[in-house]
Design a binder for this molecule. Structure first.
Ligand code: TXA
Ligand code: MG
Length: 314
């Protein structure tokens, strides 16, 4: 149900959860100083406790209070990318509840770029922990209506309209003097590297190979109908047999999904599209691999599709 900023603030400070709009996806927020609010995030999402949460703040000053070791690299990236789709992992301050960090000694911090949420965050001391506002493992919500449907109208929502970016933030941390990207997003390794170089910080920026970030599970973002990645020249006529055999099921209404050429438009529509095929009555999604899939600008999109897929025929 819709709430305004004042009611959202009261609910958070009372230990309730509130869904908040960001430029990436909607988050399911709980006040970091309310153990009850934090518990409710996990319960509402049906999320396992080993998956740490990101804390949202509205200023670098607040971010520094959450961390016991805020480095020059953190400062430069925060100044350049915030408010925006970058989550920075930093050593945690001792007062942060270990439920938020899943017992890790680090914490994910992000300043989202959405006017309503920035206003709300300015009214909340400490910060607001928020994972994406979907049931665990499912497609992230990019519109008010998605959150409303996901939790059957039982969650308070600050309606901020459709999300601009459409996929989750880049998650980056520092390991042995190198910046490591644990989850690809709008900010690529190349983009972060340039920001650091411009400030005379010659720090390598690399994608983490193994899923060291907890919660980076193999299956994630999954729609309720099967999603199959198919080659560019694939057709339903030729693929129907092998797909039905592998999935041990018959399908009657396939949706052929071609990505737009522009990665920004593709990411903005990505989760919306995944949901709408099902709404339109399709019973399987055939996602066509495009030529660009290996380029860095498409990395985050294909990372999500790889995890959302049921099978791949590539
Ligand atoms: O764009 C976003 O980041 C959205 C919006 C709501 O801000 N939030 C989001 O949260 O995607 P969530 O919980 O779905 O994903 C957060 C990911 C986790 O899967 C985890 O891998 C990583 O961030 N993470 C959080 N804290 C971490 C930590 N201390 N160390 C390593 N990774 C961490
Ligand atoms: Mg999520």
């Amino acid at each position: 149900m819709k709430v305004d900023i004042e009611r959202a603030k009261e609910a958070l400070l009372n230990g309730e959860v509130v869904a908040i709009p960001t430029e990436t996806v909607y988050g399911l927020g709980g006040w970091i100083e309310s153990p009850e609010g934090i518990q409710k995030i996990f319960l509402t999402k049906e999320r396992p406790f080993f998956d740490p949460l990101i804390v949202h703040i509205d200023s670098i000053e607040k971010a520094k209070l959450l961390s016991s070791e805020w480095t020059e690299i953190h400062q430069v990236l925060a100044e350049s990318c915030w408010p925006g789709p970058l989550t920075l992992i930093a050593k945690k301050a001792s007062h942060i509840d270990s439920y938020i960090t899943s017992g890790l000694d680090s914490v994910g911090i992000r300043c989202p770029n959405h006017p309503l949420t920035l206003k709300l965050l300015s009214l909340i001391p400490g910060g607001v922990a928020a994972p994406s506002a979907n049931k665990f493992g499912k497609t992230s919500p990019t519109r008010f209506e998605h959150v409303e449907r996901e939790f059957e109208g039982n969650v308070k929502i600050l309606d901020g309209g459709p999300c601009e970016i459409g996929i989750e933030s880049t998650v980056a941390g520092i390991e042995n003097g190198e910046v490591k990207i644990y989850r690809p997003g709008f900010y690529t390794a190349q983009a972060l590297s340039k920001i650091l170089q411009d400030q005379n910080l010659n720090v390598p920026v690399l994608y983490a190979q193994s899923p060291v970030a907890p919660g980076q599970l193999k299956h994630h973002y999954m729609p309720n109908i099967p999603l199959v990645i198919i080659p560019e020249n694939g057709t339903w006529e030729t693929l129907k047999g092998p797909i039905e055999k592998q999935l041990e099921k018959k399908f009657s209404s396939p949706a052929l999904w071609l990505q737009p050429e522009n990665p920004l438009i593709t990411s903005r529509e990505l989760y919306e599209k995944m949901r709408s095929f099902e709404q339109q009555g399709n019973d399987i999604i055939l996602c066509v691999q495009n030529k660009e899939w290996q380029s860095e600008d498409w990395k985050a999109i294909w990372n999500r599709l790889e995890k959302a897929k049921t099978i791949s025929l590539i």
